[in-house]
Design a binder for this molecule. Structure first.
Ligand SMILES: Cc1cc2nc3c(=O)[nH]c(=O)nc-3n(C[C@H](O)[C@H](O)[C@H](O)COP(=O)(O)O)c2cc1C
Ligand SMILES: [Mn+2]
Length: 505
């Protein structure tokens, strides 16, 4: 099962009672946040996707919380359980691939390709039913102001497309965008991300080697205040859910999110050339913002109520200038809110956790399972279970994880033994505190920290905590005998089960 676009997915959700339409007039200013926050924090049938049909009296409906539960996130990616994805990826990887980890990853790129996942370029696209190049404007889009102290309105569920100015390799990342005015946006790609890497490369490129500046009249007019070294950027809203997810996924640099989305959905994503810049965007997007970033320009972005549950502070970030809006005749505006967990983004992260588990196992075969609980907002808390075979293995796993892609940003890693259910936080707290001697089992070191970590030693750098909460024994040079865990004998359990009725309980 795969989707062509977000509206097809929305129809599917509605048919299964997982989406509700709200026809009452609502405001994009805080009101949608409060409604969505309540819905996304509720359980079961009350947690539904929301389609607000009358926002600010305009005619662009707002779709939110479409991915905000396990079943909807799975269904967005065409499966019933998120674990199926990991299983699929594990099968893809289990070809007794020779070579180092990096070689295997490279091989992964070709495997995805072989699986007929490659994007196709089309010449006509729903996302270009309307093309506005003369006076492109964000006015009329129901972009949310999410929280009271936000610096303004923010686009929160975009796929931001860039190209490496030297190699031409594509990246698609989900980076929020602050509305400065109707044709200027803050570009919040954090320093560790793909878009920022392309941006750094653009900064070091001489003007002649740089990407082409906008070619339309409007684009050229907008570009006159900049140097020729502009970097084309396209922002897609909507499109196939697998691609929206892929933009949020921490793929290794060089692996194309569009190819990956094609693999997820079992057929290549249809892409179309932008009208004012040299980039391609998903043909089935609802709205596309074409434009460019001048590598030399920065502007204060934020504050923004973030997924940590706190406001991320205002900082200098690059600026996006609009050269065209292309869209459907009657677009839907897809968005999300982030804030104190759990919210919709938790489920996008869960999909990544389940999908990337086999890749982590490929590098660290002792890993059994992993959990990044909602309260840990991804980077604060990672719980991992391992089969321990030699001294120091928990520490090896922690340090390896800290060296693996965006896992470098993990603040706390708790390692437990293979039999521990990492998804049972009560069990993790029980064993994790009972099985450690803090003097022996804690490892504190320093490294790169998440951009949003407000408690770090300094911005983007700080301490990390590893906790070896595995059972200790001779392997760990522990001389005291380790006690057995309390378990009732099988015959008594069977007896009591058999006689349960008799007890009248
Ligand atoms: C709703 C949502 C909003 C996000 N906002 C940002 C953001 O503003 N800046 C950022 O760097 N990452 C943000 N992320 C995380 C990135 O999308 C994620 O790290 C992804 O791996 C980036 O793609 P890349 O690895 O190609 O850079 C957000 C994720 C989600 C789910
Ligand atoms: Mn990427």
């Amino acid at each position: 099962m795969s989707w062509t676009d977000i509206r097809e997915f929305a129809v599917h959700l509605e048919k299964h009672g997982r989406l509700r339409r709200i026809t009452a007039p609502v405001s994009s200013n805080l009101e949608i946040t409060e409604i969505t926050d309540r819905v996304s924090k509720s359980d079961g049938a009350a947690n539904v996707a929301l389609l607000f049909e009358n926002v600010d009296g305009g005619d662009v409906p707002v779709l939110i919380n479409a991915f905000g539960a396990a079943d909807r996130m799975a269904s967005a990616l065409g499966v019933e359980r998120l674990d199926e994805l990991g299983d699929r990826l594990a099968r893809l990887l289990d070809l007794r691939m020779p070579g180092t980890f990096v070689e295997r990853l490279r091989k992964l790129g070709t495997l995805l390709d072989v699986a007929k996942s490659a994007p196709r370029t089309v010449s006509e696209a729903p996302c270009q039913e309307i093309v506005e190049t003369r006076a492109p404007s964000l006015a009329g889009l129901p972009i949310l102001k999410c929280w009271p102290e936000d610096a303004g309105r923010f686009i929160t569920l975009p796929a931001v497309f860039t190209r490496d100015p030297v190699t031409g390799a594509r990246n698609a990342g989900m980076y929020r965008l602050q509305v400065f005015d109707e044709r200027t946006l803050g570009m919040h790609w954090q320093i560790h991300k793909g878009g920022a890497e392309h941006h750094r490369t653009a900064e070091t490129q001489p003007a002649s080697a740089a990407v082409r500046p906008p070619t339309t009249q409007a684009g050229l007019a907008a570009a006159t205040t900049t140097t020729a070294t502009t970097m084309p950027v396209a922002i897609a809203l909507g499109g196939d859910p697998a691609l929206i997810y892929a933009a949020s996924a921490p793929l290794p640099p060089g692996i194309d999110e569009v190819l990956f989305a094609g693999w997820l959905r079992g057929r290549g994503v249809e892409m179309v050339r932008c009208r004012t810049i040299d980039l391609e965007v998903p043909a089935h997007a609802e709205i596309v913002l074409e434009g460019y970033v001048d590598p030399a320009e920065r502007r204060r972005e934020g504050p923004f109520g973030d997924h940590t549950g706190y406001y991320s502070l205002a900082r200098e970030y690059p600026v996006f200038h609009l050269t065209a809006v292309t869209r459907r005749a009657r677009p839907i505006y897809p968005t999300t809110i982030v804030g104190r967990p759990p919210q919709e983004d938790y489920w996008l992260g869960k999909a990544t956790e389940r999908l990337f588990l086999p890749i982590m196992k490929l590098m660290l075969p002792e890993i059994v399972d992993i959990n990044m609980p909602a309260a840990g907002v991804f980077h604060n808390l990672v719980i991992v279970s391992i089969r321990k075979r030699y001294p120091g293995q928990a520490r090896k796993v922690m340090t390896a994880l800290w060296g693996m892609g965006l896992m470098m940003l993990a603040k706390t890693i708790i390692v437990v033994s293979d039999h521990v259910n990492v998804h049972d936080l009560s069990e993790v707290a029980w064993r994790g505190t009972g099985n450690i001697d803090p003097k022996r089992d804690l490892m504190i070191l320093e490294g790169p920290m998440d951009d949003l970590d407000h408690a770090a030693l300094r911005h983007r750098f700080g301490g990390k905590l590893g906790i070896d909460a595995t059972e200790k024994g001779p392997l760990d040079d522990v001389t005291q005998p380790w006690p057995a865990e309390i378990v009732m004998s099988e015959d008594v359990r069977a007896l009591v089960t058999r006689r349960w009725e008799e007890y009248g309980l």
